[in-house]
Design a binder for this molecule. Structure first.
Ligand code: SF4
Length: 384
């Protein structure tokens, strides 16, 4: 039986002719919708071999931890972090009582440090205000800092089998391709539409298994580039495949604009000690440590960087003799920004002025601090 005989054909026709589609349309043919989840769960049982350390986990704390790590992070990269975190902090109370420095150090390299800040705040909130008991209801889970619709649905369905459909990049992609939905996924209309569709398709009795299956399916079969259509259980019905338009879905309305920034770090040594300070501003890499930083709209050479540092009173005048090296350009790509960094290394004979909030740290102790990845790479190639 073809589950597209009813509702999905309607969906295709509706989107093709750009007529607004409402979830109400889908309510009329629940049987056809069930076939979608039946086929997905069958694929999951018989063909899905994707392994992940948190799969099948029922402890909401560990599910939450894995989901926060996986926000903006690939599974392969998050895997080791999850293991390190659950080993060091097996319970939410352990995480809540850890020092910020320790948690940030463990997070180092994962990026998007606001996640780490929220992780600490939420762990402390649960330990102190909720007596260490992780909330059980979706409506309570979504109130936690750093938890949005997707993460709340994942926790509620994986830990408690509550009927909330996850909606992330994988799900947008799978549903838009199969059903030929051309409403932009980054529009309000798109979010509303796909939320309704995802919740209609959800197998409410097996919400956890269904959610895991559709995410795995998007990661393993219906991949962003070169999906494995030949092995896909939906290929006979998939709109994008049949129309040879797989790369046209999902549709996005906005192009991300990338801001380019030039950072010049002053790696100042005095008696084998280095000046570092935590980043305080509301900007990228909050709470991570860095060397004194100069930012410029223009490309600068080493002399100009040193002059600017003197102007800003980071370096005393006449520091020319202490020049050691001026590095090549290091590049770090973030979602909305591209950072170009160069490191001017200087050795001073007199104790330097310490900018507010900074400290002098022996070279061998630098590895105990959490730095942005661009600095870690520089350190590993030059100082450690
Ligand atoms: S046929 Fe291809 S594009 Fe369609 S759902 Fe399957 S893998 Fe994705």
């Amino acid at each position: 039986m073809n589950f597209f005989l009813f509702c999905p054909v309607l969906v295709l026709q509706i989107t093709r002719f750009n007529i607004a589609f409402s979830a109400k349309n889908m309510d009329t043919k629940p049987a056809s919708i069930n076939l979608f989840s039946i086929r997905l769960l069958k694929w999951n049982r018989e063909k899905n071999t994707r392994k992940m350390p948190w799969k099948g986990e029922k402890d909401p704390y560990k599910i939450w931890l894995s989901e926060i790590i996986l926000q903006q992070t690939r599974v392969e990269q998050g895997w080791d972090y999850y293991k390190k975190f659950t080993k060091a902090f097996p319970t939410v109370k352990k995480l809540a009582t850890a020092s910020e420095k320790e948690v940030y150090k463990m997070w180092e390299g994962l990026g998007y440090y606001s996640r780490c800040k929220n992780l600490i705040l939420t762990a402390r909130y649960i330990a102190n205000e909720l007596k260490g008991k992780f909330p059980e209801q979706y409506e309570e889970i979504i109130q936690l800092k750093g938890v949005g619709n997707y993460t709340a649905a994942a926790i509620a369905s994986f830990a408690y089998n509550q009927p909330y459909a996850v909606l992330d990049g994988n799900v947008f992609r799978v549903l838009s391709r199969i059903f030929g939905v051309d409403i932009p996924v980054d529009s309000q209309e798109g979010k509303k539409y796909f939320t309704a569709l995802a919740n209609q398709l959800l197998d409410k009795k097996k919400a956890g298994a269904y959610n895991q299956a559709i995410m795995d399916f998007g990661a393993v079969i219906c991949k962003p580039v070169t999906p494995v259509c030949g092995e896909c259980p939906f290929k006979r019905n998939c709109f994008a495949y049949k129309e040879k338009r797989v790369n046209d879905f999902p549709v996005k309305s906005k192009k991300i604009r990338i801001r380019e920034r030039r950072f010049y770090y002053l790696v100042i040594t005095y008696r084998d000690k280095y000046i570092i300070a935590p980043r305080k501003e509301k900007d990228i890499w909050q709470h991570l440590y860095e060397f004194p930083l100069l930012e410029s709209d223009q490309e600068l050479n080493s002399r100009q960087v040193a002059e600017l540092a003197v102007q800003k009173e980071i370096l005393p005048a006449k520091t020319g003799n202490g020049f050691i090296t001026f590095s090549d350009i290091y590049v770090q790509q973030l979602t909305h920004q591209r950072i170009y960094a160069r490191f001017l290394r200087l050795k001073l004979d007199k104790k330097p002025l310490l900018p507010a909030g900074s400290q002098l740290v022996p070279g061998k102790k630098l590895s105990g601090f959490a730095f942005p990845r661009i600095i870690t790479v520089y350190l590993s190639e030059n100082l450690m």
